[in-house]
Design a protein around this ligand. Structure first.
Ligand SMILES: [Zn+2]
Length: 113
């Protein structure tokens, strides 16, 4: 999922949207909730749909649902991910990271339906 990686060569616009900067197909509003400009971060973490999916999956997997909260507003999904993974006990981290990949991939698939 290229769009989730930081890319130092990519200048971000004021909305922080790599999709827009890269001229990838995107919507001006989130196609799921009709919220603000569609960004990877919105789709994966901030969208009400994403939040509800995260809450359910974290609960099923016996992780703390507070993990979707963030201390500082993350500008990129990877900053949130790194911050969240630090809060997970080391022996659970591999399972946590696998779950994150699974959730992100499914949110992305849902957006593209
Ligand atoms: Zn949304």
């Amino acid at each position: 999922m290229q769009s989730f990686h930081s890319d130092s060569n990519t200048k971000q616009n004021s909305h922080g949207s790599n999709m827009q900067t890269r001229d990838w197909p995107h919507q001006d509003n989130c196609i799921v909730c009709n919220g603000p400009l569609e960004t990877g971060l919105h789709l994966c973490l901030l969208c009400p749909l994403a939040k509800s999916v995260w809450t359910q999956v974290l609960t099923w997997e016996h992780f703390d649902v507070q993990l979707i909260q963030h201390d500082v507003d993350p500008s990129k999904i990877n900053s949130w991910w790194e911050e969240a993974a630090q809060k997970v006990p080391k022996d659970q981290r591999r399972r946590f990271n696998g779950m994150v990949i699974y959730v992100l991939w499914n949110l992305w698939k849902e957006r593209n339906r």
